[in-house]
Design a protein around this ligand. Structure first.
Ligand code: CP
Length: 307
């Protein structure tokens, strides 16, 4: 793995190795000795992903090259490729990119530094997926055999696409729940109602309504009662089942605001895990490229030992 672009590029062993590595960084302080630069190139808004990459980078001792597209030469018409080549030329050792295009990574395949996808249009959000997997793994010690419902605006969600792909690879039974118009028939996953999902699922993973990707603003006044996680539906969840959401949350729309921090909610734990997962991914790529030569990470636990 030279770049971290899509969970479809990872096999089960790759995923578990990264999860174990993330757990290592959660439990151990670590900082690189040499000066290395990472550029965070965000062309779409972000709070969690950008800031947790920044924290992860600083924890690793990496120098962060912050970039604001709204005050950059993008305004003069510079392309993504030329922006990326510029950072490569001035000495960036790695690029973290979020962009509205589904397939922006295709034009950056031949850079001489690793590239990490921090969100690609509606297509993929692989680091969000990894932090979601870590959160579920911490809860259950496995993904295999769990019933997991992804609920909400499936059609416009890169999180849904990444998670369906990874969860199925890891042996989870995945279900989708969506209001009319929010389904995506390209995903080969059964649709059930949220009322069915709360009765059978170990994880209810809610999604934000992606208003910015809609042609017409969706009407949401009845959404919570009809399609969202109300307190009444939460009461019918399995005793051990957890609630997740990649955030930002439309409180009172996808989820009753009182449930956002309830005992079942792992929403803020997901954000915490984002730092460790991103540390693991960045270190893995720097090792793969030989940018760091020492074996900084203790011997991996073997794949079979952790299953
Ligand atoms: N979950 C997520 O990607 O949040 P941000 O858009 O704030 O990065």
């Amino acid at each position: 793995m030279k770049n971290f672009i899509s969970v479809s590029d990872l096999n089960e062993e790759d995923i578990y190795k990264l999860l174990i590595k993330a757990e290592y960084y959660r439990e151990n302080d670590f900082s690189l000795a040499e000066q290395l630069f990472v550029a965070n190139l965000f062309f779409e808004p972000s709070t969690r992903t950008k800031m947790s990459f920044t924290v992860a980078e600083r924890k690793l001792g990496l120098e962060v090259l912050d970039f604001h597209s709204e005050s950059s030469s993008v305004l003069k018409g510079e392309t993504l490729y030329d922006t990326a080549k510029t950072f490569e030329s001035i000495g960036a050792n790695m690029l973290v990119i979020r962009h509205q295009s589904d397939d922006w990574s295709k034009e950056l395949k031949n850079l001489s530094i690793p590239v990490i996808n921090a969100g690609a249009g509606k297509a993929d959000h692989p680091t969000q997926c990894m932090l979601d997997l870590l959160t579920i793994y911490q809860e259950y010690g496995t993904l295999d055999g769990l019933n997991i419902a992804i609920v909400g605006d499936i059609k416009h969600s890169r999180v849904a696409r990444s998670n369906v792909c990874a969860l199925q690879k890891l042996g989870a039974e995945v279900y989708l729940c969506a209001a009319p118009g929010f389904e995506d028939e390209e995903l080969e996953v059964p649709y059930i109602s949220l009322d069915q999902a709360v009765e059978i699922c170990d994880v209810i993973m809610l999604l934000r309504i992606q208003h910015e990707r809609h042609l017409h603003k969706a009407e949401t006044s009845n959404y919570l009662d009809m399609y969202g996680l109300t307190k009444e539906r939460e009461q019918r969840m399995k005793k051990h089942a957890i609630i997740m959401h990649p955030a930002p949350v439309n409180r009172g729309v996808e989820i009753d605001t009182d449930l956002v921090e309830c005992s079942r909610s792992r929403i803020f734990k997901q954000m915490t895990n984002g730092v460790y997962v991103r540390m693991a991914i960045m270190m893995h790529l720097l090792e793969e490229w030989g940018t760091i030569n020492e074996n900084y990470f203790k011997e991996y636990q073997t794949f079979t030992a952790i299953k």
